[in-house]
Write a protein that binds this ligand. Structure first.
Ligand code: Z5A
Length: 234
């Protein structure tokens, strides 16, 4: 992973392997973008993609849940409003099922080719939504994280942070609320709280960006992070 110098010979990137340890010198970077609803992830993902691409970096843009045909079907199952209650454990397992498929089919092969992967949400969303929002114990989520990802973690995560009501008002201007967007303000406050905790717990991995600012200021902050990331590329 980023900033780790211990690298082994190429032997393919199987389940449980760290990409950085498996692909030798040709190392891609795994960047994730996180935040609550309407925070501007999609908008800023495009900005990051263009910024990196203009510097000659091959970028694969993807998202979770989703990113492959099967994982996109699971996404549809997860986001659709339905009469049947979706139990929190069902939701959690579907999310990790989609992730397993996405990692094997898209993320690991791209990183192994030395491409950068830019992912709209990843497992920090699970800690925030299923952990903070639904109340799952963090240790249980960590067990699934280890089962599905092995030691693979993002190299860098941008967490866009915004007042919940402002983000929801932005999101609702665009489309009808999906199953998550129908949740209470208290639910999203808990989600935001987990993101803030994660950011404070590992500043070398996470950057919290104030997404309540005008877009140009948000993107200026993101640029600073990208410059630092490129400076540390080795
Ligand atoms: N989920 C989960 O529970 N557990 C998991 O492990 C994972 C996911 C991986 C789908 O995510 C759901 O999956 C998600 C959690 C759950 N909950 N929901 N809903 P999603 O990422 O697809 O959905 P989303 O969070 O609702 O994203 P979004 O609605 O697409 O919003 P966004 O991408 O963050 O925002 P945007 O489209 O870029 O911007 C929204 C609007 O604001 C748009 O009109 C922009 O032009 C505008 N905007 C953006 N930035 C600004 C600034 N700075 N100023 C003014 N206006 C702005």
């Amino acid at each position: 992973m980023l900033f780790k110098r211990k690298r082994k010979a190429v032997k393919g990137v199987g389940m449980g392997a760290s990409v950085s340890e498996s692909v030798g010198a040709n190392i891609g970077r795994f960047i994730t973008m996180e935040g609550t609803e309407g925070v501007g992830k999609s908008t800023n993902l495009g900005f990051v993609r263009d910024w990196l691409t203009s510097r000659g970096i091959h970028v694969v843009v993807t998202r979770e849940p989703g990113g492959t045909p099967l994982a996109e079907e699971i996404r549809h199952l997860l986001l659709s409003n339905r009469d049947e209650p979706v139990f929190p454990l069902t939701e959690l397992l579907l999310i990790f099922a989609a992730r397993a498929q996405h990692l094997e089919q898209v993320v690991k092969p791209a990183l192994a080719r030395g491409h950068w992967v830019l992912c709209d949400r990843f497992t920090d969303s699970t800690f925030a939504y299923q952990g903070g929002g639904r109340g799952f114990d963090r240790a249980q989520i960590r067990q699934l994280e280890t089962l599905v990802q092995g030691t693979l973690r993002p190299d860098m995560t941008l967490i866009l942070d915004i007042d919940i009501e402002l983000g929801l008002s932005r999101a609702r201007q665009r489309s009808e609320p999906d199953r998550f967007e129908g949740e209470t303000i208290a639910f999203f406050q808990r989600v935001r709280g987990v993101y803030q905790e994660l950011a404070a717990s590992a500043p070398e991995r996470y950057t919290l960006v104030d997404a309540g600012q005008p877009l140009a200021a948000v993107q200026e902050d993101i640029t600073q992070v990208l410059v630092t990331l490129l400076d540390g590329r080795g």
